[in-house]
Design a protein around this ligand. Sequence first.
Ligand SMILES: Cc1ncc(COP(=O)(O)O)c(C=O)c1O
Length: 375
Amino acid sequence: MLPGPTNVPERVTRAMFTHMINHRSKDFVKLYTDVVEKSQKVFDTKGDVIALSASGTGAVEASVVNLIKKGDKVIIPVNGEFSSRLATMLEWQGANVIRLTTPFGENANYDQVKEAFDNNKDVKAFYVVWNETSTGTMVKYLDKISKLTSRNDSYYVVDGVSIIGGEELHMDKWGIDVCVAGAQKALAAPPGISPIAISPRAKKYMIANPPPTFYFNLARYFKYYDDNKETPFTPALPLLYAYREALDIILEEGMDARVKRHRTCSDALYSGLSAMGLTPFAKEDARSTVVIALNYLDGLEDKTFRSTLSEKFRVLVAGGFGDLKGKVFRVGCMGEVHKYHVMRTVSAISSTLDMMGYKTNPEALKVAEEKLKVL
Ligand SMILES: Cc1ncc(COP(=O)(O)O)c(C=O)c1O
């Protein structure tokens, strides 16, 4: 139950056990075009998708170095570890970064974002971490931002590493220019492939203004794909086979059903764990549907709690980051998560708390079960 890497279905694992092929061959063209076309369905875009052989950070960095030049003005909400990292990357790139900082567990609201656009007519891009994995918050107004970016003629970039594949996304309809995912999260594939989707206008800009980098130079990826449906460098072939299989599973389930499953499971986790006496870290209107961060009860020690949970009940959850270390734990609700995982997690947390001397509410399991009935 980690917020990545998540459980990988056996079909996906098996897809990796195959001969390695020449990445300049018809076999590769078939594999890679499949990956691109199936990813386009998940992102709901007709634009280009590049499956980078890199972890999520690589694709996020590619979104920065290919779009931002020294002195460019960028707006970014900052409310946790991953949005702070992205703001730093933008600063290292030489951008003039306007941080919309809010306390951890909260999000900048739409009006604050609008105000920043009103006050900065010359903004080059809006960057946003859709799901702040470190605090369990998610931005819920992605569909409204293009009103602002199109008015100010700026680019719209989304780090969706920890949520794409688990929540509703309509990249083209929402006017997103660059959108980044990570295979090891809600897409339920192994780590190492990070898809990045790019709108036609961002592609045009990136080709005309390539960065002085080699590996993450997206203009090169566009050329290789447009000319030969290949990648410029040797791709992580076993991971591409696995990612293609994971995409097949997603499309077989259907994105609507998948989103409903994620929302229902997170609702059951929030409700069941709250009934047990735990409180979610994120404010109610900012709560993520794929990462549930919970405050530790007074005196409940992080390491003992998580090691008991994993050793006695074989349920793995994550700790907190930075300032939140020892204060919260995080439950991933991503990818393969289903009723079974939710009930087992709620039950294991309840038993662990009992073992550690905390009184829990036996009704918590029923509360979670009730929520799961719609699945
Ligand atoms: C929102 C977000 N962005 C970026 C990353 C970085 O991804 P990776 O660890 O795969 O490099 C993560 C990882 O958890 C993330 O949650």
